[in-house]
Design a protein around this ligand. Structure first.
Ligand SMILES: Nc1ncnc2c1ncn2[C@@H]1O[C@H](COP(=O)(O)OP(=O)(O)OP(=O)(O)O)[C@@H](O)[C@H]1O
Ligand SMILES: [Mg+2]
Length: 312
């Protein structure tokens, strides 16, 4: 349904998007996950034909973004970042206006508008102007305008930003329900968000794709390794040399010293239990251990790992 090939975009010296390629199958919900400035919104703006890519190409529902931008836009419902709305229009008036802009036949406008207002839970707000809506309801209205022409593809830039926890759950459920029929790309920098709603996740950092997979696959990427936290009382250089002597430790980070105790974060790609080796090395050397435990790794760690490794 969506195919993106080697898209790049620079703003002056900023490499906002660098050679990104991916595919989204019909009916899939794909999440863009990445820290601020990663290039999520830029990629979405390229796909929705609001800005053009410097190089690379993409197609949406069979239409190319360079050759058929008008058709591409017709196929897409887009909730942009910052959700720009016409503040002094009435809510109903606004949705009707968008429906007309989207070329919905006159006779069908009323029923379609009622339908999306129901889907997005806006019934209680009908008497208000757009500018009078609370942030959460503005976000719902943004979703309603994206859905009104019943598009095949939805591109939602941070759909749950600014919502309260109840609304977040409602909007997530709404996205999941819509996702059964439609193809969706949504962005977020919140991990539980994408794992709750998406079939597949792309992790983007500094304009590059640094990881992809199902939420489960991403979590299991870390299952092969381990992180051990150790507090050791002993002379720093010798302790460090002792730790380096443990073959399977791939990364040794000195976190600091307090009262003669050095704290280390030890990483290994091995699944073998390494806490014991650390314990025996310390005991053999006549130092003492003040703490030794294995940190559990979750999706959050994978995300942090992938998005900081690139930055170094
Ligand atoms: N119109 C523009 N002019 C200049 N630089 C831009 C423009 N739009 C985006 N950028 C830059 O491109 C990079 C990517 O921005 P983008 O908005 O795509 O990030 P994002 O992943 O959506 O971040 P956030 O989570 O903060 O929304 C940033 O460094 C940003 O400053
Ligand atoms: Mg953004």
């Amino acid at each position: 349904m969506i195919a993106v090939e080697n898209i790049s975009k620079n703003f002056g010296v900023t490499k906002a998007v660098q050679d990104i390629s991916f595919k989204v199958e019909k009916g899939d919900v794909l999440g863009f996950l990445g820290p601020n400035g990663a290039g999520k919104s830029t990629t979405m703006r390229i796909l929705t034909c609001y800005i053009s890519a410097d190089s690379g190409t993409a197609s949406v529902a069979g239409f190319n973004i360079h050759e058929n931008p008008v058709e591409v836009r017709r196929k897409i419902g887009y909730l942009p970042e910052n959700n720009p709305l016409y503040m002094d229009m009435g809510l109903l008036e606004y949705v009707k206006f968008i429906a007309q802009m989207r070329n919905i036949p006159k006779a069908a406008v009323r029923s379609r508008v009622e339908q999306v207002i129901g889907m997005c839970g806006l019934e209680s707000e009908l008497s208000k102007d757009v500018g009078e809506l609370s942030k959460g309801f503005r976000q719902r209205l943004g979703l309603a305008q994206a859905l009104v022409h019943d598009p095949e593809v939805l591109i939602l830039d941070e759909p749950t930003i600014g919502l309260d926890p109840h609304q977040i759950i409602e909007i997530r459920n709404l996205i999941k329900a819509i996702g059964r029929e439609k193809t969706i790309i949504l962005s977020s920098h919140i991990l539980p968000e994408v794992s709750a709603t998406c079939d597949r996740v792309l992790i983007i950092n500094k304009g590059k794709l640094v990881g992809s997979g199902t939420p489960q696959e991403l979590a299991s990427m870390s299952h092969g390794g381990q992180v051990i936290m150790a507090g050791i009382r002993g002379p720093q250089q010798e302790v460090l040399a002792g730790l380096k002597g443990i073959d399977k430790l791939t990364d040794i980070k000195h976190l600091g010293e307090a009262d003669g105790i050095h704290r280390f974060e030890l990483r290994s790609d091995s699944v073998e239990e390494l806490s014991e080796e650390v314990f025996f090395m310390v005991a053999r050397s006549g130092w003492s251990l003040t703490e030794l435990y294995r940190k559990s790794i979750n999706l959050e760690d994978v995300f942090l790992d992938l998005t900081t490794r690139e930055a170094q």
